[in-house]
Design a protein around this ligand. Structure first.
Ligand SMILES: NC(=O)CC[C@H](N)C(=O)O
Length: 360
């Protein structure tokens, strides 16, 4: 059955529903992911909350969906656009086909769309509201998407406890990916995940050795009310900020963020580490970046740079033990080249512990 992708610039693309057509028109911000694999991780990464995702690789779903690679308990995207999706995945761990999985969660999959043409539009005109619909457009449209509250939708409602290692990591859950927890469990940590509005007093009671500010959906500037809390965390504990967490750390210390035209979403974004003079491939998913000029008064120094557009990919702090990254060191999807950031953070925690003991 025929279905449409309508962009807010009044351009429409005709395709075929590969899942049952949605009962109502689905609206969301349209973004594109360029990786050849990793669709399962993308669909279940809470940072994609309510977005319509276009996969640019022309055949999606070959290895199906398994029980291991979910980044959270359910898919978060509003809709999926592909050129072709297979019905017959081939992988020994495959539990569902892509279509069956999306159908189970009532998420529409629109196929036979010229995804490259769609991406050209988005690259030219920017990320914009869009709709998936069974109907042709009959008038000019301008969808206004609800802005606030995405983090509230995806954060945990209670604390979660994982592992029993030596070092205690408190992970502030703005929509955290499972792989971040696993990266710390691999490094002999105990991880406590906490709802994003947990007061600093309660965080202190948990006696963290280090704090991680997680990834998460939406514009970081929607979260201004929690910045004083974030600032206290940064001033008291070794802190690692990942993606949204990186952006919030900068805002909390008086810096600024801005929106990219079409964001970075893929598994092969080249990043330079200025500390070691080396380049590696990174996994990315973000629309916003830190504004370099705003860093002057924050005490942050640029450490990582995106080699496609020179945007900031990570910072260290001149005085406080803070490391932040815009890319995803936990990978999933994509390469784990940036994983050494977790090892560095573990060292940062050790050094802090030693100096606390020395001064006691
Ligand atoms: N993956 C993330 O944490 C994304 C951060 C933020 N929502 C952005 O789009 O820039």
């Amino acid at each position: 059955m025929e279905g449409y992708l309508h962009l807010n610039n009044n351009q429409s693309f005709l395709g075929q529903w590969l899942t049952p057509p949605p009962k109502q028109q689905i609206e969301g911000e349209i973004v594109f992911f360029t990786g050849m694999t990793g669709y399962q991780e993308v669909l279940t990464d809470p940072s994609y909350k309510d977005q319509i995702i276009v996969f640019t690789y022309p055949l999606i779903g070959n290895y199906g969906i398994n029980e291991l690679d979910f980044e959270s308990k359910k898919p978060h995207v509003a809709g999926v656009v592909v050129y072709e999706a297979t019905n017959h995945p081939s992988h020994y761990q495959a539990k569902y086909s892509l279509k069956a999985y999306l159908e189970k969660w009532n998420i529409p999959l629109l196929g036979h769309i010229d995804t490259r043409a769609v991406v050209k539009r988005i690259r030219k005109e920017g990320t914009m509201p869009a709709a998936l619909s069974s109907n042709e457009l009959d008038c000019k449209h301008n969808w206004v998407l609800p802005k606030e509250g995405k983090v509230t939708k995806v954060t945990a409602s209670t604390n979660g406890c994982y592992g029993n290692g030596e070092t205690h990591i408190v992970l502030v859950d703005y929509g955290a990916k499972k792989s971040i927890i696993q990266s710390f469990l691999k490094r002999n940590c105990r991880v406590t995940t906490i709802p994003f509005q947990t007061a600093f007093k309660e965080i202190k009671n948990l006696k963290p050795d280090g704090i991680v500010l997680s990834n998460g959906p939406g514009d970081p500037k929607e979260l201004t009310n929690i910045l004083p809390n974030v600032k206290k965390m940064l001033e008291h504990y070794p802190t690692l900020g990942i993606c949204l967490g990186h952006q919030l750390a900068v805002l909390a210390l008086g810096g600024n963020t801005k929106k990219l035209t079409f964001g970075h979403r893929g598994a092969n974004h080249p990043v330079a580490d200025l500390k070691y003079g080396k380049v590696f491939m990174s996994s990315q998913n973000h629309s916003y970046v830190v504004d370099e000029e705003s860093l002057l008064k924050t005490g942050f120094e640029k450490r990582f740079v995106n080699l496609h557009d020179q945007s900031i990919e990570g910072l260290t702090h001149k005085v406080l033990p803070i490391q932040t990254v815009q890319f995803h060191p936990e990978a999933h999807p994509g390469p784990a080249d940036g994983e050494y950031i977790f090892d560095e953070f573990m060292n940062m925690i050790k050094v802090e512990k030693r100096s606390v003991i020395a001064y006691a």
